[in-house]
Design a protein around this ligand. Structure first.
Ligand SMILES: O=C(O)c1ccc(O)c(O)c1
Ligand SMILES: [Mg+2]
Length: 640
């Protein structure tokens, strides 16, 4: 049942900048309110009344003032002093124009372990608040001295039995302790005064450090935030949904980018929990219909030459633009050198690079509607008379994602494909170069992201497309560590679906770091084609001069130890310099090319059985060989 949207709020601590910058970012992106985190107020050079005026001017409600620490169950005379402290914070709240303060459970060693005492103190504070038209919410910190769980906090709130005292729940504290949360659904909704939402990657460390540095937005981490939210909303809670994220990268990132991710995550979480106006279903993604490269004339010529070596043929020329189609089997690559286009904009900023991806989906219009509801920007390219406008949206880095209906009749009443509509197709063999060496499609598209941007992309693909995040991999490069996480369309099988490994690296000398630096964050750094039988394909490629990476003999010695391969199988791999992996579900054979102009590169892969990974164990071999080849090229460059 759709319900009205819940108000969306974000704690100022989640965003970078000064307090006015944080408020401005939250308002511009479309939040309804903000929690004012006390330290943001203390470091602001203005009065609480100024903050109220700024927020009002921006149309933002102040949903909460927090935190008020170490209040309850203290021995005298601290108890009396704490009540005075509370009165002074009430003054601040009145000036701010907010009626709710968050009291987090006491962490002091001398706090008394007595729920009755805590209840009496909170009742007294609530009584004083009520006299001024204010309210108090009590939150269990996962590392509180005595109160760590929401049930303990709820027990204290019940004992206090005061109308101006309620419970505040925070997904992080509950989920970090792996605490039971379904019981929240049975609470009276009006006694939950506020809900804070945060996700986090699963890490084994003390919960305080985990909370203060590694929280992220719902959908970016690994905690069951959506079921938690559903339990809260099932209680009848009707206040705002508020994000409270302590994260070192968020503190450094541009506030508006963070705020946009935050709002997207809340809209998504609300819908996933079965509340709010709902979202159109995510698209069923069948595969990558094409990739588009931004090139100039020189890069077009050299990239086309490499593609021809790889067995592609020039299959079409755009009717009105400097755009060429290269095709082999089920793989379409578009080389775009049209001036005044999104591609040329991409080329100016990043050099030769992938500027667009097209996903084949069951319903492009529905997918666009979902993307727009999740605050994605759509893109309208200039089109010539009679040409098709393909719906497109911007990924978080500005790369375009086109959406093509997998049934052409969904786009075009005559059932013509986008290629027939917009291209002069050149005659040629559509069945690929014989069956054995066929390329069936694009297996995966790997992207290198600027450090700190991984969470943003994970959320984007998860929320907009319903892709599922794989586990996090750490790949050792000769010059530092690369972290990798793949997003995969549900139900992807060999030759079907969309797989997007996303890589980041703190080091600027790793393959990922160098790519991000050298291309100003162009995105796609390798493209893998799938084949049912890559042996002959790689052999033919080598004969045609494709620069497949030479693999060190040591690799094959080790392979023989790791996997039960017979001598013939091993020799066959070694002879073609194929990399190999296997898991319980199947086998994976693959080969990489050297990089094109020191930028992106290609891979061919063969999946056998149900293997679903990407050969991450072999990534370090690839990176070492590519680094060595780069090194070997130095003298040539100096001599040129
Ligand atoms: O880390 C903290 O101290 C802290 C403070 C206030 C909160 O609401 C919270 O969840 C954590
Ligand atoms: Mg909290």
């Amino acid at each position: 049942m759709p319900t009205p949207a819940f108000a969306k709020s974000i704690a100022t601590v989640s965003l970078s900048g000064t307090l006015p910058e944080k408020l401005e970012a939250a308002a511009t992106i479309g939040f309804d309110g903000v929690e004012i985190f006390e330290s943001d107020l203390l470091t602001f050079d203005g009065s609480p009344a100024d903050v109220r005026r700024i927020a009002e001017g921006l149309g933002l409600a102040i949903t909460l003032f927090q935190p008020f620490r170490d209040f309850e169950a203290m021995p005298d005379p601290i108890r009396a002093r704490n009540l005075d402290r509370a009165e002074r914070k009430f003054d601040v709240m009145e000036a701010l124009g907010t009626d709710l303060v968050l009291v987090c459970s006491n962490v002091q060693p001398h706090a008394i372990d007595d729920p009755a005492r805590a209840a009496a103190d909170l009742a007294e504070m609530a009584d004083r608040a009520q006299r001024r038209g204010l309210r108090v919410g009590y939150e269990a910190l996962a590392w509180g001295r005595h109160v760590k769980r929401w049930r303990q906090a709820w027990d204290i709130v019940q004992r206090a039995d005061h109308p101006a005292l309620g419970l505040i729940v925070d997904s992080f504290h509950t989920l970090a302790l792996d605490d039971e949360f379904s019981g929240i659904a049975a609470l009276p909704g009006e006694k939950i005064f506020f809900v804070q939402l945060a996700d986090a990657p699963k890490l084994s460390m003390d919960v305080l450090s985990w909370s203060r540095h590694f929280r992220n937005f719902p959908g970016q981490g690994q905690l069951p935030v959506t079921p938690f939210l559903k339990a809260v909303l099932d209680s009848g809670y009707s206040g705002p949904l508020s994000l409270e994220i302590f994260n070192d990268e968020f503190r450094a990132a541009p506030a508006r980018l963070t705020a946009l991710d935050g709002l997207r995550s809340l809209i998504h979480a609300e819908a996933e929990a079965g509340y709010g106006p709902g979202l159109p279903e995510p698209p069923v993604c069948d595969g990558v219909e094409f990739l588009e490269f931004a090139v100039d004339d020189a890069a077009r010529a050299s990239l086309a030459a490499l593609l021809v070596q790889l067995g592609f043929r020039h299959a079409g020329h755009h009717r009105s633009k400097a755009v060429d189609l290269y095709r082999r089997g089920g793989v379409n690559l578009v080389l775009n050198s049209e001036e005044d286009s999104a591609a040329s904009e991409h080329f100016q900023m990043h050099g030769p690079s992938v500027c667009a991806m097209a996903f084949r989906v069951d319903d492009a219009q529905r997918a666009m509607a979902r993307a727009e509801a999740l605050k994605c920007l759509s893109w309208r390219e200039r089109v010539g008379a009679g040409e098709r406008r393909i719906p497109a949206l911007r990924a978080p880095d500005g790369t375009l994602i086109y959406l093509v209906n997998d049934d052409p009749a969904g786009d075009d009443p005559a059932g013509r494909s986008i290629w027939q509509d917009d291209f002069h197709m050149l005659p040629g063999d559509e069945t690929d170069n014989g069956a054995s060496g066929a390329l069936t499609g694009i297996d995966h598209v790997a992207q290198a992201l600027p450090f700190g941007r991984l969470d943003s992309f994970v959320l984007f693909y998860r929320a907009v497309f319903g892709f599922l995040p794989d586990s996090l991999w750490e790949l050792p490069d000769p010059y530092g560590l690369i972290r990798s996480r793949a997003l995969v369309s549900p139900g992807a099988t060999a030759g079907r679906g969309v797989r997007l490994p996303l890589n980041i690296s703190e080091s600027r000398r790793t393959a990922t770091g160098r790519f991000v630096g050298a291309t100003a964050g162009a995105g796609v750094h390798h493209i893998a084609f799938s084949s049912p039988d890559i042996g002959p394909l790689v052999e033919a490629g080598l004969a045609a001069g494709v620069p497949f990476l030479p693999i060190p003999a040591n690799y094959y010695d080790d392979l023989a130890v790791k996997h039960p391969l017979d001598d013939d199988a091993l020799a066959a791999l070694k002879q073609r310099e194929l990399l190999y992996d296997r898991d319980e579900e199947g086998e994976f054979l693959h080969a990489y090319t050297d990089s094109f102009s020191d930028r992106f590169f290609f891979e061919v892969v063969e999946r056998r059985g149900g293997y679903r990974q990407f050969g991450a164990v072999n990534a370090s071999v690839r990176m070492a060989v590519q680094a060595q080849l780069r090194e070997d090229r130095w003298p040539e460059r100096y001599l040129d």
